[in-house]
Design a protein around this ligand. Sequence first.
Ligand code: GLY
Length: 377
Amino acid sequence: MRTETYERLTLDLDDRSYDILVGEGLVANAGSLVRPFIKQDRTFIITDENVAKHHLPTLETALKSKDIKSHTLILPSGEQTKSFRQLDHVIDFLLEHNIDRKSTLIAFGGGVIGDLAGFAAAVVMRGIDFIQIPTTLLSQVDSSVGGKTGINTARGKNLVGSFHQPKLVLADTGLLETLPRRELLAGYAEVVKYGLINDPQFFEWLEDKAGKVISGDISARTHAVLVSCAAKAKIVAQDEKESGARGLLNLGHTFGHALEAETGYNGSLLHGEAISIGMVMAHDLSAELGLCSEQDAKIVRAHFENIGLPISTDYVSSNALGGKKLEVSRLMDHMSRDKKVSNGRLTFVMTKGIGQAYLDNAVDMAVVSDFMKRFIA
Ligand code: GLY
């Protein structure tokens, strides 16, 4: 068994507080790490085909070594799995194995599995405990922390869901070794986001160490995940249900979600790729409006470009739309259906510079539309 070396953070939410462990070898030691958080000697693992292939035996062996029985459901990989159909499948599997209110579910996968399994845990038996073991960079630094769970509907992403906090998060950075480079880069976009929101020093560190984080330097990777989780935990502790500060985590997401919606979520544009372009747009728009310096917008653009993330909507056109240009009116339409619309106004995350993001609900949509025409041209 590999030795575990990990750091521990706490997300402070009174009686729903929980630890986030970050480091290598956590899955191989999951039996002893999970044991204090379960109320019976069995768990239910929800995972997907890719994760099962690479890492499921390690998790099952680790649980078994501490006399914890596991029932495992392996689902197809990909965004299509975040559906009512698969939710029904998960719940049926849990009921078939006589789940009860003391049972614990383990979400073992990326954002899709975490969101789906977390939502199943939120609703089955009116809510049971669950543990997140995120296996992608994106889920380690974002979706596994903070309790957002849910599924997609034909009318859009994450429109059905619940806030349901896990009891523990195990972010095993050793698992990232098997992650394809494209997925790593997509997760990295969420890492940069924390620097851009309110941590210019972290952004500086990333300017120097981005290559190491991506190429697999374990200490750089662990530091990046740790700082990201700490930043997210701090924001969620202040504003669990997103009535204020948590909205900052949507930097680049309003533009990014509109781009994703245009592609039909078929894998041709990953979420992290969409928000990379979205964060460039947020900085460019802020610079155009004189809120942030042109220089900062340029630095942000160069950072994403140098690491190999897309910075232009041409990437969406060529990868997802067979070369067809995006239509601003369609993007505006997607934005108007965003969950962040309230009383007909959309809250944008704008910025005064690197590490100085803020929420702005006074951005004129006609200005946004003109800006997008220039950005897309
Ligand atoms: N991914 C944004 C949030 O958890 O609020």
